[in-house]
Design a protein around this ligand. Structure first.
Ligand SMILES: Cc1cc2nc3c(=O)[nH]c(=O)nc-3n(C[C@H](O)[C@H](O)[C@H](O)COP(=O)(O)OP(=O)(O)OC[C@H]3O[C@@H](n4cnc5c(N)ncnc54)[C@H](O)[C@@H]3O)c2cc1C
Length: 396
């Protein structure tokens, strides 16, 4: 809580002018803190008479349970495990190993029992299964109850969800039930030897990479985006076990009734593409975008774009790479006229090889690229296409 020592406060109103959230106001001859306060501490640092301070209303870190284990929440898609589940298990296993902890996985859904043994083969120590007809479709109330039950029993220090539409609905509700914090859309996670989870994600419009910790509450919860982490590798895990759990009938109840499910036609997503040529604002015009498409076609790949191209209406949102678009992990990524802003770069670090074409040798994209071509894309792109066409013709 942001507090004000009214004995020290001179009502100079400097705090009101520096607050970026408009969360302070002068009323009834005192400074009032509004709900918009984000505890950014700018006012605390800038108060000329040190009248502002943050008061902790929570328990001390020492008072929290001595939990260490890691729990991941599996996700299903069209009756099978969503591939993001193996990515969460991979990250969860890595962190559990670092702090000598166990890894649990909760699987909720009709038919989920048949996947229990499978996740054990990827490093899960305990698979908690909730397999019931009522859980066939995602309905937030029973799913929340299931995760909450496992948290009460397993007492994990860390809980990981996928930053998918389901994970993004479920995680905040579970966090609220557990009265703990949640960091959404993390791009990196690190665990300290004391079990503290460092949740890293861009903040303040992507201008900083924030390291967020949850020192006073357990479990620590985060959602991670698909294609950001390496999937788990199979490993022998003697002693691992599947544990079937039941939800009480009242916990299965839901105000949501699923009347019908219509499957979307399968989308060819850049998230799954092995070769991507990404166009940025530097291409300048639509004609050059056609050249980018030609290069992608010659390489048997897909076209991705940066956000400005979507905003300009030159490309579809589904082609956008980045924090507000898709994360990608292709074998080859060629960027053309892309500066490499953090909102773009943070989502391409899983690419095996990145080749960047940019005429600015200091462009940030060269920090993440493995190969850089410094020069005018209007010269490099046609030359590349020409060479590739020759190679293809020769191969035929
Ligand atoms: C909350 C938030 C979320 C965002 N999410 C995303 C996101 O998901 N994806 C995303 O892409 N952006 C996102 N952005 C925007 C991001 O900050 C950048 O503005 C954007 O990525 C820049 O796109 P760009 O690299 O195409 O353009 P620019 O930054 O304008 O870069 C163009 C580059 O082209 C080079 N260039 C110009 N002419 C030539 C030439 N003839 N030959 C070679 N090189 C040339 C320039 O040197 C420059 O480096 C987000 C921003 C915010 C605030």
């Amino acid at each position: 809580m942001l507090r004000i020592n009214h004995d020290l406060c001179t009502l100079c109103e400097h705090c009101i002018s520096v607050c970026p959230f408009g969360a302070l106001q002068l009323a009834h001859d005192s400074i009032q803190v509004l709900d918009a306060c984000r505890l950014c501490k700018i006012c605390v640092r800038q108060c000329p008479v040190e009248a502002m301070y943050i008061e902790s209303t929570t328990s001390t870190p020492e008072a929290t349970p001595d939990a260490r284990d890691v729990l991941v929440v599996a996700e299903f898609e069209n009756g099978g495990l969503h591939p993001v589940t193996l990515e969460l298990i991979g990250k969860g296993r890595e962190m559990a190993d670092e702090i000598s902890a166990s890894l649990g996985c909760v699987l909720i859904g009709f038919g989920s029992a048949s996947h229990g043994e499978y996740v054990l083969e990827y490093g899960v120590d305990r698979a908690f299964i909730f397999d019931h007809e009522e859980l066939e479709h995602f309905r937030i109330e029973p799913y929340t109850c299931a995760v909450e039950e496992v948290i009460k029993e397993f007492e994990p220090a860390i809980v990981l969800f996928a930053a998918t539409p389901i994970g993004r609905s479920l995680a905040p509700r579970v966090a609220a039930r557990c009265r703990t914090g949640l960091t959404a859309d993390c791009t990196t996670l690190e665990v300290r030897p004391n079990g503290e989870l460092v949740q890293i994600r861009p903040a303040f419009g992507g201008n900083i990479m924030a390291q967020i910790i949850t020192p006073n509450h357990r479990p620590q919860m985060a959602t991670m985006r698909y294609k950001i982490m390496d999937p788990a590798k199979p490993r022998r895990n003697p002693g691992a076990r599947v544990e079937v759990r039941e939800l009480a009938s009242e916990a299965l109840a839901s105000a949501i009734k699923v009347l019908n499910v219509e499957k979307r036609p399968p989308e060819v997503s850049i998230a799954d593409a092995e070769i991507i040529v990404a166009a940025g604002r530097g291409i300048g015009d639509r004609e050059t975008l056609a050249l980018v498409e030609k290069l992608a076609h010659l390489l048997g790949g897909q076209v991705g774009v940066t956000r400005p191209l979507v905003e300009a209406g030159w490309a579809d949102y589904t082609q956008q790479i980045g924090l507000s678009g898709r994360a990608i992990r292709p074998k080859l990524l060629i960027t053309v006229g892309v500066s490499g802003a953090v909102q773009f770069s943070a989502s391409v670090t899983g690419a095996e090889v990145i080749v960047a074409i940019n005429n600015d040798p200091h462009a940030p994209i060269f920090k993440v690229a493995h190969y850089g071509l410094v020069g005018d894309l209007h010269e490099i792109l046609p030359a590349l296409i020409n060479d590739l066409q020759e190679v293809t013709a020769y191969a035929i």
